[in-house]
Design a protein around this ligand. Structure first.
Ligand SMILES: *[C@@H]1O[C@H](CO)[C@@H](O)[C@H](O)[C@H]1NC(C)=O
Ligand SMILES: CC(=O)N[C@H]1CO[C@H](CO)[C@@H](O)[C@@H]1O
Length: 403
């Protein structure tokens, strides 16, 4: 019983595609075809799609980086009716799809069961974005939509956002590096209230949207995100400003790394961090944090918040003073469940480790779950190095020190 095929083709793609296609009549239970990373598939897909009616139980079709041509895309569109069970379609890294998505989408009919649609780095245009928006209403089961690394699609995000209400089961939306602008975000902001199932929203590397959410913070109240990565953006901390009566009870991972504006402003997140009782991973790498921000974290934990925190990433924050580290290390033992801590300095820098080092080691003895400590580019004195080397043995621990 064959249910899946994954092939790495040689250069004689056409011969292989013909052979593969001629096999399909004998594989009626086939559920998965994966031809990814075979550039030579491009231009020959029709040989395959012509035989797809033999495998109408097909659920997964992966065609990443296959140099699909316009003709291939058209034939794929026509195949949708033939494989009505299709749930997963991955077309990532086919830059020729850009500008031609309508060839695919215009064939989609109501009742399509697609749950996962990935089109990373397909050179999609604003027009493609509109084509996509038009078909969202025939994809009621959609759970994952990945449009990352399509820098020109941002212009159509407003239109896409309007139609996102047709996919209420959406769990993951990846808009990493999509050239989003402030105005496109406003539409998205409204859409979020129609997406109660959304768990993961990636808006990273969209430099121009800084602050774009600030007018509509209230709508974000309905998101229960487990991963909300908002890296490299300005002022998005405003999303979490307390006035918004924020409600993020299921938030497990909060990644605000590379948001310089967080530094000195962590207090704006206070309300969110208090409400996010499930938070387990907090990443604040390269945020220009200052002593006051660290003190706030310890204070929160001391008051019974952040009780489930397992990973805390404070790396690349050279801006924190020795006094700041001292206060942090003195209070560190309150993070009872912490298993990973990173206080590394940024690459190409180095700094002598202050007297807070002894406080750090003292805190480690009170953190039974701690397994990894990142301390890159801190320069230890001879005696500090000895203490560190002996720590595991002296305390019957097995912490991995990354120095
Ligand atoms: C992307 O599409 C534009 C036209 O919209 C075209 O000029 C460009 O060459 C394409 N890039 C790639 C990598 O195919
Ligand atoms: C990425 C990074 O290291 N950011 C800042 C950390 O702190 C130093 C010292 O204040 C700043 O110069 C960096 O820009």
């Amino acid at each position: 019983r064959v249910t899946g095929i994954a092939l790495q083709l040689s250069r004689c793609a056409l011969t292989f595609m013909c052979t593969l296609s001629s096999l399909l009549p004998f594989l009626p239970e086939l559920e998965e075809i994966s031809l990814s990373w075979n550039g030579c598939v491009g231009g020959t897909l029709t040989t395959l799609t012509a035989q797809l009616h033999h495998v109408n139980l097909l659920k997964v079709l992966r065609l990443n980086n296959c140099r699909l041509s316009a003709e291939d895309v058209t034939s794929l569109g026509e195949a949708f009716e033939i494989v009505p069970q299709l749930e997963e379609l991955d077309l990532s890294w086919n830059s020729n799809i850009g500008g031609k998505l309508s060839l695919l989408t215009k064939k989609l009919r109501k009742g399509c069961r697609i749950k996962l649609l990935k089109m990373t780095d397909c050179n999609l245009t604003a027009k493609d974005g509109e084509s996509l928006a038009e078909i969202l209403n025939v994809l009621p089961n959609l759970e994952v939509l990945d449009l990352s690394i399509n820098k020109h699609i941002g212009c159509s995000m407003k239109v896409i956002a309007q139609d996102l209400k047709n996919v209420p089961g959406l769990k993951e939306l990846n808009l990493h590096m999509c050239g989003l602008k402030q105005d496109s975000l406003q539409g998205l902001d409204t859409a979020l209230q129609h997406l109660p199932a959304l768990r993961k929203l990636d808006l990273s590397c969209n430099k121009e949207i800084g602050g774009g959410f600030k007018d509509a913070t209230a709508h974000l109240v309905s998101i229960e995100a487990t991963l909300f990565s908002l890296s490299k953006q300005k002022l998005l901390v405003l999303i979490f400003s307390a006035e918004a009566a924020l409600h993020l009870p299921e938030l497990e991972i909060l990644d605000l790394s590379w948001n310089k504006c967080v530094g000195g402003n962590l207090k704006l997140l206070l309300g969110a961090l208090k409400l996010a009782t499930e938070i387990q991973v907090l990443r604040l790498s390269s945020c220009n944090l200052v002593a006051e921000d660290l003190a706030l974290l310890t204070l929160l934990s001391h008051d019974g918040h952040l009780a489930r925190l397992r990973k805390l990433d404070l790396s690349y924050n050279n801006s924190i003073s020795d006094e700041g580290w001292m206060v942090f290390c003195q209070g560190l033992a309150v993070f009872k469940e912490l298993s990973e801590l990173d206080v590394s300095l940024r690459p190409s820098s180095c700094r002598a480790c202050g007297t807070w080092f002894s406080e750090l080691l003292a805190a480690l003895t009170k953190l039974p779950a701690l397994a990894e400590l990142g301390m890159q580019r801190w320069v230890l004195s001879e005696s500090q190095r000895k203490q560190l080397e002996g720590f595991n043995q002296d305390n019957k621990r097995n912490i991995r020190f990354d120095c």
